[in-house]
Design a protein around this ligand. Structure first.
Ligand SMILES: C[S@@+](CC[C@H](N)C(=O)[O-])C[C@H]1O[C@@H](n2cnc3c(N)ncnc32)[C@H](O)[C@@H]1O
Length: 266
């Protein structure tokens, strides 16, 4: 139990009220995406960004990470930059801006007639004090094996060659690309009853990077349940909060559809 909430569940609650019921410093990782630019008026629901950010700071463990996935709306040709404002606020209240990562969409329908097609959102990575877990994701290098490499020139100016082993893999960069839509974001058709999901792989990549098995992953605005599903899939504990009953029910149904042999119980 975490306050009045059982872990490994998703609750239909305003996250501000919900987080107030959680003890301080109990969460290892948050992977979440707020309602973009519909501040204080999301389908009639309230979204009190500043208070939510402050509660997040309180419930995060020292060394814990918040991944805040957000884009901007364009109003009359003008980008709102709400993303930047939110990032600066997180920093102001004590979070460390550990990284500003990019979520690039491999396929995007949002064309503009007088600007380049926007194909990304920000993934702000905030930490409460110094990050305590980092399991870097790796990718294969294009060239590997033993090769003759040019060694640094010495004072004689001669370009020597040495036989050295090239690395098999390297750490990813901080720009991550994902296909979106059915088959890209997820194969779960039910998830598309929610209009603004992020890809399962995005959630999983952050979960693997910033937590270990058994850690607690929280999504305060869990929508269709993507973060919770991927936490469960990767043997992490999870907690979801979602203000819409419709989306809460949908996410619970989505998680129940996961075959039980895919995950361990904690
Ligand atoms: C961008 S969506 C999240 C989608 C989610 N990442 C996914 O993959 O399905 C934002 C969600 O925040 C929810 N929301 C808005 N205000 C909230 C609040 N105060 N507390 C909890 N949830 C809220 C909305 O109903 C919406 O489902």
């Amino acid at each position: 139990m975490l306050g009045k909430y059982e872990i490994n569940n998703i609750y239909n609650v305003d996250c501000l009220a919900g987080m107030k019921e959680l003890p301080s410093e109990c969460i290892d990782l948050v992977v979440t995406s707020p309602p973009y630019d519909n501040l204080r008026n999301y389908n009639g629901y309230s979204f009190e960004f500043e208070k939510i950010a402050q509660e997040l700071y309180r419930v995060m463990k020292k060394g814990g990470v918040v991944v805040w996935v957000v884009g901007d709306k364009i109003k009359n040709g003008d980008r709102t930059l709400t993303s930047f404002k939110q990032c600066l606020f997180f920093q102001e209240i004590g979070f460390n801006v550990h990284d500003v990562m990019i979520y690039q969409k491999k396929n995007t329908p949002f064309m503009r007639s007088n600007a380049y097609t926007n194909c990304y959102e920000f993934m702000f990575v905030f930490s409460k004090e110094k990050v305590c877990v980092f399991n870097p994701l790796k990718t294969k290098t294009a060239r590997h094996g033993i090769e003759k490499l040019v060694a640094n020139k010495k004072a004689d100016g001669i370009n020597n060659k040495v036989v050295a082993e090239l690395k098999q893999e390297k750490t990813l960069t901080n720009i991550w690309s994902y296909a979106v839509g059915l088959g890209g974001s997820t194969n779960d058709k039910i998830a598309f009853q929610h209009t603004a999901i992020f890809p399962e792989k995005l959630a999983q990549d952050h979960i693997l990077s910033w937590t270990n098995e058994g850690d607690l992953v929280f999504d305060p605005m869990s929508g269709s349940g993507t973060t919770c599903k991927m936490a469960k899939f990767n043997n992490r504990n999870y907690l979801g909060m979602e203000i819409s009953k419709e989306y809460t029910d949908l996410s619970i149904k989505r998680l129940k559809m996961m075959p039980p042999q895919l995950f361990k119980n904690y």
